[in-house]
Design a protein around this ligand. Sequence first.
Ligand code: ADP
Ligand code: MG
Length: 563
Amino acid sequence: MGKLNFADLGIAPEILKAIADLGFEEPSPIQAAAIPVLLAGHDAVGQSQTGSGKTAAFAVPAITLCETGDRSVQVLILCPTRELATQVADEVHKLSTHKRGIHAVPIYGGASYERQFYELKKGVQIVIGTPGRIMDHMDRGTLALGGVKLVVLDEADRMLDMGFREDIEKILSATPSERQTVFFSATVSKQIRDLIGRHSRDPKSVKIEQRELTVPTVEQWYYETPQRMKFEALIRLVDFHGFKLGIIFCNTQRMVDELADDLIAQGFSADRLHGGIAQAQRTRVMNKFKKAEFEFLVATDVAARGIDVDELELVVNYDLPYDAEDYVHRIGRTGRAGRKGMAVTFVSGRDIYKLQFIERFTRTKIHRGTIPSAGAVEERRVEGLLEKIREVLNRGNLATAVVDRLLEEGYSSTDIAAALYELLSGPEPDNKEPAKPAKPGSKPGSKPGSKPAATTQQPRAPEPARIPLLRPPARGMLWVRLNAGRETRISPRDIVGLLEDALGLPGRTVGIIDIIPGQSFAQVPKPYLNILRDGPREIETESGTISISLVPDDRPPRRPPPR
Ligand code: ADP
Ligand code: MG
């Protein structure tokens, strides 16, 4: 059975536009099943697991039925918690951006009554709230439900578990009896069935059952990574493992475009596939990828359907898919024909719960991984080079004529070998002097104001440090360097504290931190860096002076290390 498009579900153009803005390419199963039923005005009971897109399934019909000329409450959405109410309100706001004159407001406990009075008084068509606070407003006479056409009970089972049954009954009784009533619930217990029986008429059941799926035997790993660090994490993993052919899945077209651009800017060969690209172009990209003419394909689920590439080594869920079936489809593209493949999933924040669900549902183990440090990536790179050199040496039969000439010119064989190694290991930094080790032991009482000689002599000189495999920083960030490295036992927390003091930034804005021998690096948002533009800044610490300087961002993008 082919999948439906949102446009097939009878959704108005202004809402379709908002759906496209959100980057949803096709309806999830519960959306495909529920939206037409709700649009037709039926009462309904919807059942599908967490993360399956139930919010849009009821929000789209809710927005559709609202008359913009009328500013009385027409839709009431009940949610168990304040967090859920806010989330649902966010999604309603987003989905209604192109339908002018729609007003929706979340009403929950713990927020100021004044603000809520004010909003309600101005007039809103959609109220999203927790039962307790909704009751409060009804009792105070600040919320009139006489014009309600649709009531949605989101996570009805949880609301009952939380003891909201009486409130819910009262709220429902305060709305017109000819209203439409829709229940969403993960489980349908006897209690829920009673509630449904008493408050709805001929409800249609919309239930999405997950099919049993065979999960491919690829190695599955997940990495907990905040959104802003995903890119760095991806590059480290690719460099570390030396992947040469992979698909990277994102949930939205915008994310696909951004990531493909970023990868290309880093010197990878990458291309993209998503529903917003013309079919002819998609076919071209697909064929090129099948012939391994570029390394990484960034794609949405829809666009990547039907891609079969036997040599695929890596599938990345850059965004966690919203349904477990998509997860299985995605990772099933690697590890074909008995080859080894790896599936990598990035999770941030509450994604972890969804991942646990996927794990349960697919009955496989997704291992927790840690992103290799910049130092480890560099080490791997050196190992790889040495391995290649050994291979060549072991092959024997080396043409020594060039080397003989250099020897005749008086260079030692060690120097010649070192020079060739330099050439082999990639672009050479401006200055080869090793990093000045930080002096943890230096006198704590060193006079304030007595700056280290190096900086007073040449305040704007290039940093006398070899900058190791530093990727260009994330959008809007730059690297700063601290002349204190691993041997000083400096911790990421120390670095955040130092940056707070030196640059006056909030600690949580500090991005990736790398502590390596001799020096450390951290990504910092550009707006906090003006202070460093005129030269390094010294900070006195218990263990000596630490210098913080800006790493210029004008180095050419680096190719991934040789494989
Ligand atoms: P549920 O209420 O079933 O737990 P949500 O409505 O909270 O699920 O949706 C889970 C996530 O999936 C949200 O981040 C949402 O934006 C996203 N999502 C929902 N529908 C789609 C879709 N059709 N395409 C892509 N992402 C979607
Ligand atoms: Mg939900």
